[in-house]
Design a protein around this ligand. Sequence first.
Ligand code: FAD
Length: 268
Amino acid sequence: MNVLIVYAHHEPKSFNGALKDIAVAVLTEVGHQVKVSDLYAMNFKAIADRADFKEMLEPDYLKYGIEQRHAYENDALADDIKAEQEKLRWADLLILQFPIYWFSVPAILKGWVDRVFTTGFAYSKGMSYDTGGLKGKRAMLSFTTGDPFDTYAHNGRHGDIDIVLWPIQNGILRFVGFDVLPPFIAWSAARGGQEIRERHLVDYRGRLLALERTEPLFFHLAEDYNESWRLRPGIEARTPGQRTMARDECVSLRNAQVLQLGSSLLAE
Ligand code: FAD
């Protein structure tokens, strides 16, 4: 299997560095091919701007998505973007290795997604989710947190980790077609102490050795939705994003509160 690790940490001696190194060692040891995009070491440009295109349709008014498609179709994307897309074509599995920042990925990794998952290559109209440009490939998050598991439990102060990860696992990885493997999470990597970190390294090794037997997370397929992309009646919402209070319920709750407020004002 070909594995691409996209690694986003500025310090080689960090715990993220250790997780990246162990992944390279274990995967190579069992016969996989591994490439690493070390974003800070590459000084990877995180900002999406006009320098990303060697030629433009409308140089006077940058419409980034339109230029992405045009450049993709005309082989006019910047060389660093093309190189990352080539690695993705090669890869069977993508691992994103990062410390969680503000409930998300560090800016340099978000910039990698913004610039590399171009329209035409990763998604376009009619080419998303089950039919996304990277379908047939698998992806996995491997990340460290500052805070412990309990704060990310379903009733924890930060909220359910599955919901925290929904924008990344669904909104990015699944959107472009990946089968998404359950994440590897090294809780409290900095504050947890040496013993906990050593345990994380052992656990990660186990996860890496079991990769080929690991079932991806569940996402609803296109056929589960109606023409407005809402789950058909009778289809039970089974994902973290869809199981949370549906937007209609939020809106009706808000409307009920507004109505209640209105009627109490009238009664005064
Ligand atoms: P490091 O501090 O680099 O490493 C931790 C320890 O591991 C060090 O003592 C190091 O020496 C040791 N170590 C290195 N290699 C090994 C090894 N082989 N074996 C054993 N030990 C080793 N946290 C949250 O939970 N939620 C957030 O939303 C969040 N947002 C953040 C936003 C920002 C901008 C920042 C800066 C931090 C945020 N954090 C958040 C905290 C952050 O996620 C953690 O600091 C980070 O995950 C720790 O990982 P690290 O690799 O940087 O650890």
